[in-house]
Design a protein around this ligand. Structure first.
Ligand SMILES: [Zn+2]
Length: 266
């Protein structure tokens, strides 16, 4: 997200504040959405120091005063853009002023037309020359828009969607590499696999072997035989050998049991 939704910014010409999310929603009601995204991102970069004083004006509401565009020729009013959007594309900014009512921003606080800051964010303050009488550092528009008549003569271009202001299109995070599955040794390849108990599986035997360091060929053969037979290894008392039993118990599997299962004792 290119802006902090909860960031509080000055709003209006008193002492009000709104969150950037509220400002964005308020702007989207009347302003070109591409302009809104750029302006909100630039406002976020001002860290809550600058906000909107005024925005959209209804038809007929343009003040008939010096310094104001003629009725119907202001980007504060609805205009028909070439992309089919009908709405506004200008805001008048205010700056925080301590505990006093918000003040007008100075030229040093806004992206003047032609400046690097204007190019970065895609919005500019284009009315008048900085420092000259009659200039308006508070009036901000998309950089595609300058004077109304010029815009009209150029075919009413809309702000071009997708202006690449900072953090608008964060790069995709590197995808997590797929973990390479550890090769699963086949049972034949596993030196620890000698037999599988039909109820408890490989683990008990592995544990048994690791616990008692089976190196006794006789025990290994007996266990292996029982595994091939698909039968649990029986203890001398006829109960299955469990993994926690000691090697001596495994060795206690009798030759008679092996024979009974159809094998030959080793
Ligand atoms: Zn204005």
């Amino acid at each position: 997200m290119a802006y902090r939704p909860d960031l509080l910014v000055p709003y209006g010409y008193g002492r009000d504040e709104r969150t950037l999310e509220q400002v964005r929603t308020w702007l989207l009601a009347h302003h070109h959405p591409e302009y809104v995204e750029r302006l909100v991102a630039w406002l976020d970069a001002q860290d809550g120091h600058i906000g909107p004083g005024g925005g959209w004006r209804a038809g007929g509401a343009q003040p008939n005063k010096p310094g104001f565009a003629p009725e119907g020729k202001s980007f504060h009013q609805d205009q028909n853009f070439a992309d089919g959007f009908c709405g506004a594309a200008a805001v008048d900014l205010v700056a925080r002023n301590g505990t006093s009512v918000h003040r007008a921003p100075t030229w040093s606080e806004v992206p003047a037309q032609g400046s690097a800051e204007a190019k970065t964010w895609g919005v500019h303050c284009n009315v008048g020359t900085p420092g000259k009488v009659g200039s308006e550092p508070w009036h901000i528009q998309p950089i595609e828009l300058d004077g109304w008549q010029t815009w009209w003569n150029q075919g009413r271009p809309a702000p071009v969607v997708g202006y690449p202001f900072p953090d608008r299109f964060p790069p995709d995070p590197d995808p997590e590499p797929e973990p390479t599955p550890a090769p699963q040794p086949s049972e034949e390849d596993d030196p620890m696999f000698i037999a599988r108990d039909v109820t408890t599986g490989k683990m008990w035997l592995g544990n048994l072997i690791s616990k008692v360091q089976v190196d006794d060929v006789t025990a290994q053969h007996r266990i292996a035989f029982a595994q091939r037979a698909g039968r649990p290894i029986l203890n001398t008392d006829g109960k299955p050998v469990l993994w926690e039993h000691k090697l001596s118990t495994v060795l206690a599997v009798s030759d008679a049991q092996i024979r009974a299962l159809g094998g030959a004792p080793v």
